[in-house]
Structure formats: structure tokens, C-alpha cells
Design a protein around this ligand. Structure first.
Ligand SMILES: NC(=O)c1ccc[n+]([C@@H]2O[C@H](COP(=O)([O-])OP(=O)(O)OC[C@H]3O[C@@H](n4cnc5c(N)ncnc54)[C@H](O)[C@@H]3O)[C@@H](O)[C@H]2O)c1
Length: 358
């Protein structure tokens, strides 16, 4: 099936436009349909890609009637479960932006629909495919850091204008997305490296100093603590509004032989590594977000090659029938712990079991 051209439907042309460019540029894909409920946004992106009117849809249900092979969901998280179910029931494979769903019950519904329909489902968690994460994964698998027993991850990215419209004061969908809900960019790479699952979670953080009108999305900052089945402790720090420039993704792994971590100055692409027996003290290392060997086309998704690798992994799963690394189980493992940790925060920080959904 390697010479087949896959008919892709793109839904949501905000963040989804990055994937739209990648699919449009891909020799094995064709944008068969593009859908957005905003006529202006749809027209603008259709003009960029040169899509004819008959391939553009304001209504998701109408778009599904064109029976594309696969649907890319780049819509707000509260729509993910309902749109995933509709696509799977229509016989389409689904590549869904993060996170998988807005509630634990919706996660269960997605899992049931994947099993019922037998269709391919994958989470578009791009950070997992950053080159340094893949490199750390190889180091951990080879035992270079010994046994990992502690990890940290932080994602601080102030986007108050995407939570409350600054001009009108209108609440946007991210008012319902608590900081800890958006955990996949942080927990995702750690779990991918460890090959482990989270079994218990607790969270704290209900402050509203910075964006009182921001609902749960406007909580100042939240910390989540997690325990894995393999006995690893993970600490997660999340905020969508704390002032921070540049925005920051931080990852740290502590093993019995040493540690590796990124620096805290945002996307500088640097980090530190110390391995007992290999070096006396920590050495500066590169932590690249893009793999230059993949060529300029791989950067059409943005500043990293993560999105390109997501697309390639999705196509490989479509073509081989083999489950992708970020299939249903990984998608749920990278979504549900944050939902549970936020429940814990609302309850004052009690430990809660994390249901295993697969
Ligand atoms: N992986 C990443 O790095 C990353 C970055 C940003 C956003 N995201 C994710 O991407 C998704 C979209 O985020 P965004 O910032 O583009 O959001 P957004 O609010 O800009 O909305 C995206 C688009 O969806 C459209 N839309 C809304 N409801 C729709 C419907 N019912 N049918 C069709 N189109 C509809 C909107 O008109 C908009 O153009 C979210 O899941 C978000 O978490 C991921």
C-alpha cells in the first residue's frame, strides 16, 4: 500500500493548519476535505492551499459524508471525543490533536469506539518526536543512566489571550482546560521514554491572581505528582498564564547512574548530562527540536520536526496495519493522569487512582 495516496480530511485550521501544510506537501496524501466552522478561517486556509470550494466544509457531519480515509482533528479539546466517535463510526482513521478528550468518561467512550470500529486512532503528540527525546529514550533503553526512579517535566507557556479574548472579554474554550489537563506535552515524552504507565496522581493549585475571568484555564499554576506502575515518581509543573519569556518546556530524568535534563531557558536546545563513570561532572549537551537530516519539507509543521514525524508515524500505521507508538493506550496514558490530577487539586490535593483505559 506504500504507493497509495491517502485522502485526508483536515478539521480545524488554527493549529491544524500546520498539519494541513504537511499533508498537502506529502506525496502520499491529498487534502480531500477541509472543515472549519469559521467561514473566514476556512476561506483563508483554502486559498493558501488552493483547495476548491467543493472540498471545503463548514459542517463536520457534511464533511464526513465525503468518506475520507483519515481525519485530522485540530479542533478544541472539548470537541475531540464527539468528533473522534463520529469519524470512527464513519469508517475513518483518526489522528487527534492533544489531548485525547476533556473528561475521563469521554476517554472511555473513545476507547470503546476504537475497539468497536477497529479503526486506527493516534494522538498527535509532537513533543514525543523531538530528536532529543528520542535520543534520551535510546540512552535509557541501553541503561546509560541506570534505572530511572525520578522525572520532572514543566510546561510554562503564557497564552492568556487564547483563554479570554482580550478585546471583548469573551471566554474561549481554554477557560475549561485546567493547566494540569494539558499534560501530554510533558508527561508524554517521559512516559514514552520510560515505557511506563501512571497509576496514581495528586495535584495542587487553584489560585486566580493573574486571570480571574479565565475559569479553570486561568488557574495561575498547578503541580501534579504521579507514581508509575514501575515505581517512578514524576513531578509536573503547568501554567498557561504565568509570565514567562521565552515559554518553557523542561524535562529531567534521574537514574541510578546519572541524570539528563534540559535547561530552563525555553527552546534554546541545550541541556545537561551526567553519567557516573563517563564524566566527572555534568556536561552541556544539545537538545535539538528539529532533525535537520529530515530536510526542509519536515519543517512545514513549525519550528520542530515533531509534527512531520507524527504524520510519518500515522501513515506508517495506516500502511502497515501495525499499531502506532501513540495509539489508543498511549493517548489515554498521556491524557487521563492530568484529568485525575486536576480532580485531586479541586479536592485539595488527595491521592487518586488513575484508571487504565486501553
Ligand atoms: N501540539 C501542539 O503543540 C498544539 C499547539 C496548539 C494547539 N494544540 C491543540 O490543537 C487543537 C486546536 O487548538 P487551536 O489553538 O488551533 O484552537 P482554536 O481555538 O484556534 O480552534 C481551532 C479551529 O477549530 C475551529 N472549530 C471550532 N469548532 C469547530 C467545529 N465544531 N467544527 C469545525 N471547526 C471548528 C475554529 O474555528 C478554529 O479555526 C487543540 O486540541 C489544542 O490543544 C496543540
Amino acid at each position: 500500500m506504500a504507493d497509495r495516496v491517502w485522502q485526508i480530511a483536515l478539521v480545524g485550521v488554527g493549529r491544524g493548519s500546520r498539519y494541513g501544510r504537511l499533508f498537502a506537501d506529502h506525496p502520499r496524501c491529498r487534502i480531500a476535505a477541509c472543515c472549519d466552522r469559521s467561514p473566514e478561517a476556512l476561506a483563508k486556509f483554502a486559498a493558501e492551499l488552493g483547495l476548491p470550494a467543493e472540498r471545503c466544509f463548514l459542517d463536520y457531519g457534511e464533511m464526513l459524508k465525503t468518506r475520507p480515509d483519515a481525519v485530522f482533528l485540530g479542533t478544541p479539546i472539548p470537541l475531540h471525543a464527539e468528533q473522534t466517535l463520529a469519524a470512527l463510526e464513519a469508517g475513518c482513521a483518526v489522528l487527534c490533536e492533544v489531548t485525547a478528550a476533556h473528561t475521563v468518561e469521554e476517554c472511555r467512550q473513545v476507547a470503546q469506539a476504537v475497539h468497536r470500529t477497529g479503526r486506527l486512532y493516534m494522538l498527535a503528540e509532537n513533543c514525543v518526536y523531538w530528536p532529543f527525546i528520542q535520543q534520551w529514550r535510546q540512552w535509557v533503553a541501553a541503561g546509560r543512566l541506570g534505572e530511572i526512579f525520578y522525572a520532572e517535566c514543566e510546561y510554562l507557556h503564557p497564552i492568556p489571550d487564547q483563554i479570554v479574548d482580550a478585546a471583548t472579554g469573551r471566554p474561549l474554550w481554554r477557560t475549561t482546560r485546567a493547566p494540569l489537563h494539558y499534560c501530554s506535552h510533558s508527561l508524554g515524552p517521559i512516559l514514552h521514554i520510560l515505557g511506563d504507565r501512571i497509576t496514581r496522581a495528586m495535584g495542587i493549585g487553584q489560585g486566580h491572581r493573574l486571570l480571574p475571568a479565565g475559569g479553570e484555564g486561568g488557574i495561575d499554576i498547578q503541580v501534579g505528582l504521579f507514581q508509575t506502575a514501575g515505581g517512578v515518581i514524576i513531578k509536573l509543573l503547568r501554567s498557561s498564564i504565568a509570565p514567562r519569556e521565552p515559554r518553557m518546556h523542561f524535562y529531567s530524568l534521574q537514574g541510578t547512574r546519572g541524570f539528563v535534563e534540559t535547561d530552563r531557558l525555553g527552546p534554546a536546545g541545550k541541556g545537561w548530562l551526567h553519567v557516573e563513570g563517563e564524566m566527572d561532572k555534568a556536561q552541556s549537551i544539545d537538545c535539538p527540536f528539529a532533525d535537520a537530516s529530515l530536510g526542509p519539507r519536515a519543517l512545514a509543521g513549525g519550528y520542530s520536526t515533531g509534527e512531520y514525524c507524527v504524520v510519518e508515524a500515522f501513515l506508517a500505521a495506516l500502511e502497515t496495519g501495525r499499531p502506532p507508538a501513540l495509539g489508543l493506550t498511549a493517548a489515554m496514558d498521556m491524557t487521563v493522569p492530568g484529568l485525575i490530577a486536576h480532580q485531586s487539586a479541586l479536592a485539595g490535593g488527595i491521592w487518586l487512582d488513575v484508571p487504565q483505559i486501553d
